[in-house]
Design a protein. Structure first.
Length: 614
């Protein structure tokens, strides 16, 4: 009976989501429109509506890249071209069944997307945009360069409409304009449901992390190259499907539909619709379809040449969309947080005692050179389980470099890193997060598109087992229970780091110090065995430092092993049981804060005459 009750609640939640979400309403409105068009029986109108449906499918594929994962693609029309020309080539030259030709064309487009995503793995957004733009031009130039294959400027006429044979039922279905409209509507519905369920699942969390920076996503355990390849391949396959079916609808592969200008149109559509979120492609499609026509009519009335209308419209829309985005972000950053600063949450602030435990993290014989400069010169660090271990030294001594080598961000020339006696040298940064080593940056790095609770939930993504796309869509009992547990854990971390009054705020509306607290809370959400902190108190106010001290004391009291680089020696001495001192890439002293403060080499290299509280 309890199981029945849980499932009943799940379906109740699903119904509530349907009432609140855009997908059902958009689907219902489109269905009414389609039924009306089919009832009208106008072939030209039906064909136009079917083309619009395929355009929406392509736009939602592009939105995955641009809006959800922050990967600007300026060559999206090239994927449409691959789908269309592959289908035409297979049908015309090999007489292949239309349905099979469409399937192979979709796979070919996906392969192109996979290769492009692989090549774009470590590129910055601006360079990625240029690379995809070059890809779009390459495909378009190739279409004109091989007219014997592609038909050149005349395109390729198809012989016969799309047809699907169902042998089991003895049915052969041929798709006219009305059939394409129905097929496109079904496919669009599937794309919308798939897209929305992915947004709510662990896939969507990966998108959110990637959108705000590859370094941040990797530091939270996300396999950025894999996410990019999969996203590009999925978007390319979806666009290839739209291109293949669109060509078979028109019975012509028209090269003008796949030009770089068309790619720019699609990109502009996504930019223009961005403020509307999930409904953006619908608005964007209306703009790029209707506005050029109006501009051309205006040019005609003014006696101006019509050829430049589409290009000028696309360029103007890019400028307007980017200007609006910048203005929105500036206004958003000027807005204060949702609540005034609050006093730290009361908690015990007893100093952490020296712990006795086995070696948990070891970095031995670490050497790393940048040209003639030795950043690390045989440095060794041993961190025992459950201790707070400080890492200090003068600027340029190799502290951050050592921490980055331990985290896997840098690869040392010689030396090895072990966790619980097992080497992690073969693991990249994301792999080390999964193994239990998490880090924060010396600079502030947050995801501005999420509120604080959702921001911290992103850190839990890799530990979720019941939040895949279908489970998220159906809101299964396991998904609901896990989501509730994740949210509670995130709220606990929000409170632990003193961010409770700002739980609903956008991260970039917080002070720099509180953004650093949020970054640390998100790293803790990955459930690390060892937490690496690089100057966590830098730029913090005294109140924020008190919040940080309380949170780290509580984490250390719970048994978390912490390694921190810190220049605030009073703050460090109140937390750390052991301090290692680096100078010129080598360890010159190690012991308790009081012991290293008395060391003459430390005073000469780093502290001078500044006393360290014992």
């Amino acid at each position: 009976m309890k199981s029945v009750g849980v499932w009943r609640q799940s379906f109740s939640d699903l119904r509530a989501w349907a009432l609140a979400d855009h997908v059902p309403w958009l689907g219902a409105a489109w269905l009414v429109l389609v039924v009306g068009i089919l009832a009208a029986g106008n072939p030209a109108l039906t064909s136009t509506a079917a083309q619009a449906t395929y355009l929406l499918i392509a736009l939602y594929a592009l939105q995955w890249l641009v809006h959800d994962t922050g990967q600007p693609s300026l060559g999206h029309a090239a994927f449409l071209a691959v789908g269309a020309y592959a289908t035409a080539g297979l049908r015309l030259r090999f007489g292949m069944d239309p349905a099979l030709a469409t399937l192979i064309a979709v796979i070919a487009a996906g392969a192109c997307g996979w290769i492009l995503g692989w090549g774009a793995t470590r590129l910055r957004p601006a360079i990625l945009a240029l690379m995809t733009w070059a890809f779009g031009w390459t495909v378009f130039v190739a279409i004109g360069a091989f007219p014997e294959v592609t038909g050149g400027v005349a395109g390729l006429p198809l012989l016969g409409p799309l047809s699907v044979r169902i042998d089991l039922l003895g049915v052969l279905t041929r798709f006219d304009a009305a059939g394409h409209l129905v097929l496109g509507t079904v496919l669009l519905a599937l794309v919308l449901v798939m897209y929305r369920s992915a947004q709510m699942s662990v896939i969507g969390r990966g998108w959110a992390a990637l959108r705000d920076g590859t370094s941040l996503a990797t530091s939270l355990g996300y396999d950025v190259p894999s996410i990019r390849r999969r996203t590009f391949a999925l978007a390319a396959m979806t666009a290839g499907l739209a291109g293949s079916l669109g060509a078979q609808l028109l019975q012509l592969v028209d090269p003008t539909l796949y030009s770089p200008v068309r790619s720019l149109d699609l990109f502009v559509a996504v930019l223009v619709g961005a403020p509307l979120g999930f409904l953006g492609p619908v608005a964007g499609a209306a703009v790029i379809s209707g506005l050029p026509y109006l501009v051309d009519r205006g040019f005609e009335a003014a006696g101006l040449p019509l050829g430049a209308g589409r290009e000028l419209t696309a360029a103007a829309l890019v400028v307007v969309a980017l200007a609006a985005s910048v203005t929105f972000q500036r206004r958003r950053r000027r807005q204060p947080g949702t609540a005034p600063a609050a006093a730290p949450r009361p908690r015990p602030a007893a100093p952490v005692s020296v712990r006795s435990g086995s070696a948990l993290l070891e970095a031995r014989g670490m050497e790393l050179r940048f040209g003639a400069v030795a950043a690390l010169a045989g440095a060794t660090l041993t961190v025992r389980a459950g201790e707070v271990h400080g890492l200090v030294g003068p600027n340029g001594s190799g502290k951050s470099t050592l921490l980055r080598c331990i985290a896997g961000t840098l690869r040392q020339d010689t030396g090895n890193v072990t966790l619980s006696g097992t080497s992690v040298d073969h693991l990249g940064e994301a792999g080390r997060v999964a193994a239990g080593i998490a880090r924060t940056f010396q600079r502030t790095a947050v995801m501005p598109h999420l509120d604080l609770v959702a921001h911290i939930e992103v850190g839990v993504r890799e530990r979720r087992r019941h939040a895949h796309a279908l489970q998220a869509l159906l809101k299964t009992p396991a998904y609901r229970a896990e989501s509730l547990a994740v949210r509670r854990a995130a709220l606990d971390l929000v409170e632990m780091f003193g961010l409770g009054p700002f739980a609903g705020a956008a991260p970039d509306t917080l002070s720099s110090g509180r953004q650093r607290l949020l970054q640390m809370a998100t790293a803790v959400a990955t459930a690390p065995t060892v937490l690496l902190l690089d100057e966590p108190s830098a730029g913090m106010s005294p109140d924020e430092i008190e919040l940080l001290h309380a949170a780290l004391s509580e984490l250390a009291g719970a048994g978390l092993t912490i390694v921190l680089i810190e220049h605030n020696m009073r703050f460090l001495a109140s937390l750390a049981s052991t301090v290692t001192v680096l100078d010129q890439g080598a360890v010159i002293a190690e012991g308790s804060p009081a012991e290293v403060a008395r060391d003459s080499r430390v005073r000469a290299a780093y502290l001078g005459t500044v006393p360290v509280p014992g």
